[in-house]
Design a protein around this ligand. Structure first.
Ligand code: PEP
Ligand code: MN
Length: 338
């Protein structure tokens, strides 16, 4: 349920509500809005029956949260969440652009990419150090050494680092380096991993599983939010369908659908969503037209030599053209790219 505080409720009023909620062995999430504060109460709500919150000083009203996801819901927070992680701002009027290779391969590759994508307007650098690969024989990533190279690229350019974490035990290590922890599509329903990233205060990019519904995506986000980490971005990266002309099918109706139901920002990945570099710029522009708050795009200095996902990676000139196109669409919608 949601406990809506009066506009003039004092901190003591809010603290009293929080203590009462905790006394019922439920979890309070205090959400401070521009107009008023609400306390979202999660847990087994049967424990709250007849608890009389309406009568506490400073409480305006008490309502049920109808959506199965609670803290992620627009019912709890009507204003959009803006995720800020170093140079990256995603949400509100800002459209963040995360660009870089699928995998970190060498110091030269990652620093050169960071410099080039920054010059072309990217606001964060992506690069996988721990790679979840379909085949155990494919390149698995440079692991901790790759994280060191990402940190070097950040020192050189100031770009925030977005990198994937694939298992709960790696979270403390990856969180020491990353500005944004990426939870990959294959791990969207790895609930122990979601809990582990939820215990950090590092921003999270949560990718949709290729066979997950958007409601399941929101419930996965809820694990992170319920852990206390509110800096969560949702990412549409394509789903599996009968269609074979693209690697996945990229459903852009996800973006306005999610915006109607959640305050969390939505990022689109047109690289994995299409699997073909020549389709990426148009789908990036279409994502912005659909209301996306960010893009994550694979860019490589020499895509044909990439250790992973070369076919869907843009080279620097193509990324520059994509940015020009996307900037025009963003401006037409009154938003800023980067
Ligand atoms: C990636 O970003 O390189 C990646 C593996 O993405 P996904 O989890 O969406 O497949
Ligand atoms: Mn990839």
């Amino acid at each position: 349920m949601i406990i809506v505080m009066q506009a003039d409720a004092s901190q003591a009023d809010i603290d009293r509500v929080v203590q009462r909620v905790e006394g019922l062995r439920l979890r309070p999430h205090v959400i401070v809005g521009t107009e008023r504060t609400v306390v979202a109460v999660v847990g087994d709500e049967r424990d709250a029956a007849g608890s009389g919150f309406e009568t506490l000083p400073g409480v305006a009203s008490v309502m049920p949260i109808l959506a199965p996801y609670k803290v992620a819901s627009r019912e709890v927070q009507s204003e959009p969440t803006v995720v800020r992680a170093g140079s990256l701002v995603v949400g509100g009027t800002s459209i963040g652009v995360i660009a870089g290779p699928c995998s970190v391969e060498s110091l030269e590759q990652i620093v050169e990419t960071a410099r080039q994508v920054k010059a072309l307007g990217a606001t964060a650098l992506r690069g996988g150090a721990f790679k979840p690969r379909t085949s155990p024989y494919s390149f698995q990533g440079m692991k901790e050494q790759g994280l060191e190279l990402l940190a070097e690229a950040r020192r050189e350019t100031g770009l925030a680092i977005v990198t994937e974490v694939v298992s709960p035990e790696d979270v403390p290590l990856v969180a020491r380096y990353a500005d944004v922890l990426q939870v990959g599509a294959r791990n969207m329903q790895n609930y122990r991993l979601l809990e582990a990233v939820g215990r950090t205060q590092v921003a999270v990019l949560l990718k949709r599983g290729p066979a997950a519904t958007v409601e399941e995506l929101l419930l996965a986000a809820e694990y992170i939010l319920d852990g206390g980490n509110r800096q969560v971005m949702l990412c549409e990266r394509g789903i599996r369908t009968f269609e074979t002309h693209t690697r996945f099918t990229l459903p852009l109706a996800t973006v306005p659908w999610l915006h109607a139901r959640t305050h969390l920002p939505v990022v689109v990945d047109p690289s994995h969503g299409t699997g073909h570099a020549n389709l990426v710029p148009a789908m990036a522009a279409a994502s912005i037209a659909a209301g996306a708050d960010g893009l994550i795009v694979e860019v490589h200095p020499d895509p044909k030599c990439a250790s992973s996902d070369g076919a869907q990676s843009l080279d620097f000139p193509a990324f520059g053209r994509m940015m020009d196109l996307c900037r025009r669409v963003a401006e037409a919608l009154g938003r800023t790219l980067g």
